[in-house]
Every structure is written in structure tokens, then in C-alpha cells.
Design a protein around this ligand. Structure first.
Ligand SMILES: [Zn+2]
Length: 409
């Protein structure tokens, strides 16, 4: 089981950051570096049907060792890391037997992971933790998922006495930029249902996620010499601020939780002449999701009436939908995971994802796909960490799901 840690650390050192400004698939070729290593690793383990397609989707099969007709189940994780924080030169630190106090991630830069800032840390007193060195993200999202899936499959290969059906494995690129499912061929994958192993804290089991869209607001100003600017200059940066100020302050990620949606301002770039604002729009409730988009349209109309000349252009692109409607028709998939967790000594935490996963899109494409935990915390930033025990429990959960199939179906 120590192997899951070694695997995770070796994958985390490979920079696989995705890039939303790239149109190619995968968005960055570095993701193929990891894909190639994983392909070789799975071939060496003796898995069947190991394929890496041109778009960077890696699939493999653990064949059934039973006569009985059983559903084919899949396990999916993504290879890329978030564009929000560097994933280059990741240097994981192992904190043995955590003492419950501040963890100095980086002495020279004075970066501290503190239980005062991150309450969840308190649960892991006495545990071994894997952290960053404070300069990058860790990439447990979702390289922990990859390491856990491979380790579970390796266990089954080494224990041929355990009976199981056919298992499919899928590792995808570009999940973090919302494209992980774009080129996922569910026919080739051929599973009846699947799990993404892409959740956070130990026990997480999720089949509800946000409805998601991205909004880009382009604002055109008019630049003239500031000395003669009166009644002539239109400073697009001020318009951008005005636009942003019309969104409800309480509907920001930092002020919302559970089923509350938000507008997430991800960046403002601006000069007098031209500015661009980008938002992520998120809501579990499809009605409220629509209302959020309508509000942005109304603000755009208001600004254009006020400043004329269609200075403000709004472009909204839907990203994914809440998978709840699909999964509730196949609720046995959720119950199976719950049972597997309980058998692994893990308390299932069924709660809505405040984000999305590949699984949401895949569910709409016809592959019901809830999400289970990796064990990681504080994804997408320098304070990301993962307890070793949670990784081991994730491996056991995957093994238990596979073991439960022949007795359930
Ligand atoms: Zn992820």
C-alpha cells in the first residue's frame, strides 16, 4: 500500500498543467508525458487493451476472471492540474506523524499551512500528510486518483483468487479547463457505469454538481490624452469595475457554501482602451443558474444603454450540467460506493460537489458516473495536502466496489 504514495509522488513531479487558452487536445503536450508513463506502467502490469489516443485519452482493461455476466464498471481520473497555480517543479513533502500544529511549507518564503486557517487539518493529528513546498500546487487533484486506481488494480492482479468482472480504466486530459469529457469515447470505454476518483476529503461521494458556465465580458473604452480627456475619454477599466460592482457581493465563492451558487471573478485585465473580465457562474439549481446568466445580460444591456455604442460585449458559454437527474435513475451506483466505503471503515459523506467533474458530462453522454474521494484537501493551491491514510482508504474503497459487483448483480 506504500506504493500508492510512491506512485502519487512520482506522478506529481510531472508538470501537467492544462491551458484554457490552447485549442488543442490535450491543451498542453506535457500531459502526454504523464500519459506515456502511465501507459507503460499499465502495460508492464499486464493490463489488456491499453490505448492512448491522439487526444491524450488513456484507457485500459482488467479482464473479468469469472464466467458470470456482470456489468462492466469503470474508474476515471484526470491527468491535468489546475491552471490557477503552477504545477511545475512540484516538490512534495511528507510530514510524518503530524503534531497538529503549524506546518512550515517554505521557510525562506515564510509559507505556513496552519490549522488556524484550515480547520480540516485538526482531524489529521497523528497522521502522515503529503504537502507542497509552498511554491506550487500538489496535484492530488487528480494524480492521487490515478495512483489510487492503479494501486487498486495492481492489488487485484496480485490476488487472482478475488473474483471480479471486467474493469475499465480511463485517464483523461483537460478536466480542469472543463474539457475532460469532450473527446471521451464512451463507446470505446464500454462501461455500464463508472466512478470518477476526483473528490476531496475521505468519504466524499458525490452525484450532484454545479450547473456551470463561463462568462467573458469585453469592454471597449476610448483613450485620449488625459489633459484633454474631459467628456471624451471612456476608461474601460472603470466600466469593468462598474460592471463587477453590480453583481451581488454575497454571491461570491468566499461567501457561499452547500447549495449556494456564485459568480466567481477569475480575472480582470484592463487598459484604458480595452478591458476583459471573466467569471465562472455556478449553481446547483437550474432555475437559479438561468437567473444568474440573465443578470449578466441585464447588466450588459444597462451598460450599453448608459455608455452607448455596444461598448460591452458578453459571451456566456455553458460548461456542464448537474448530473443529479441522471444519477437518481441509477441510484444503485451510489449505494454500491456507499457500501464499499463502509466496508473500508470510511464514513460516506454524500454531499453536493461545489464544482464539476468529468463525471457530470459523462453522465449526460450516457455513462452514469458519480464521484468518489481521493482524500485530498485545498485543491488548486499551495496549501493542498493529502493524508496517506485517506489514500489507502480510497484504494480499499475501489477494491471493495470491484469485489461487491459479483455479489450485487
Ligand atoms: Zn479534479
Amino acid at each position: 500500500m506504500g506504493k500508492v504514495v510512491d506512485r502519487f509522488i512520482s506522478y506529481s513531479r510531472i508538470d501537467t498543467q492544462s491551458d484554457e487558452n490552447s485549442d488543442s487536445c490535450p491543451s498542453t503536450t506535457s500531459q502526454l508525458d504523464l500519459a506515456t508513463i502511465l501507459k507503460e506502467e499499465m502495460e508492464a502490469m499486464g493490463l489488456d487493451e491499453v490505448t492512448l489516443d491522439d487526444n491524450g485519452y488513456l484507457m485500459a482493461t482488467l479482464p473479468s476472471n469469472m464466467q458470470k455476466e456482470l456489468p462492466v464498471i469503470g474508474f476515471i481520473a484526470h491527468m491535468d492540474t489546475s491552471p490557477e497555480m503552477s504545477g511545475k517543479n512540484v516538490n512534495p513533502q511528507i510530514v510524518k506523524n503530524y503534531d497538529g500544529k503549524d506546518i512550515t511549507l517554505n521557510k525562506s518564503k515564510n509559507i505556513v499551512l496552519s490549522p488556524d486557517d484550515f480547520q480540516d487539518l485538526k482531524k489529521y493529528s497523528g497522521h502522515d500528510l503529503i504537502t507542497t513546498d509552498g511554491t506550487t500546487l500538489l496535484g492530488a487533484d487528480d494524480k492521487a486518483g490515478i495512483a489510487e486506481i492503479i494501486t487498486a488494480i495492481e492489488y487485484l492482479i496480485n490476488e487472482p483468487g478475488i473474483e471480479h468482472g471486467k474493469i475499465r480504466i480511463g485517464f483523461t486530459p483537460d478536466e480542469e479547463i472543463g474539457r475532460g469529457a469532450d473527446m471521451f469515447d464512451i463507446t470505446t470505454f464500454g462501461a455500464d457505469f463508472a466512478y470518477t476518483v476526483d473528490g476531496g476529503e475521505e468519504g466524499e461521494l458525490e452525484y450532484e454538481n454545479f450547473n456551470a458556465a463561463m462568462a467573458v465580458v469585453d469592454i471597449e473604452g476610448r483613450n485620449v490624452h488625459p489633459g484633454t480627456a474631459k467628456n471624451q475619454m471612456i476608461n474601460s477599466i472603470h466600466l469593468a469595475n462598474e460592471f463587477n460592482a453590480m453583481l451581488p457581493t454575497q454571491e461570491r465563492p468566499e461567501h457561499t457554501e452547500k447549495y449556494e451558487g456564485f459568480f466567481h471573478l477569475i480575472d480582470i485585465k484592463g487598459k484604458v482602451e480595452k478591458s476583459r473580465i471573466r467569471y465562472l457562474i455556478r449553481d446547483h439549481d437550474s432555475k437559479k443558474f438561468k437567473e444568474k446568466k440573465t443578470l449578466l445580460r441585464n447588466i450588459t444591456s444597462f451598460m450599453n444603454e448608459k455608455y452607448g455604442k455596444k461598448r460591452v460585449k458578453l459571451n456566456i458559454k455553458d460548461q456542464y450540467l448537474n448530473m443529479r437527474d441522471i444519477i437518481t435513475e441509477h441510484y444503485h451506483v451510489v449505494e454500491l460506493a456507499e457500501k464499499a466505503m463502509i466496508q473500508a471503515g470510511v464514513k460516506p459523506l454524500v454531499r453536493p460537489i461545489r464544482g464539476g467533474t468529468d463525471g457530470a458530462r459523462l453522465s449526460y453522454m450516457g455513462l452514469p458516473c458519480p464521484n468518489i474521494f481521493t482524500g485530498g484537501h485545498n485543491f488548486h493551491g499551495r496549501f493542498e495536502f493529502i493524508p496517506v491514510k485517506s489514500m489507502i482508504n480510497a484504494v480499499n474503497t475501489i477494491i471493495n466496489i470491484i469485489k461487491l459487483i459479483p455479489v450485487t448483480y
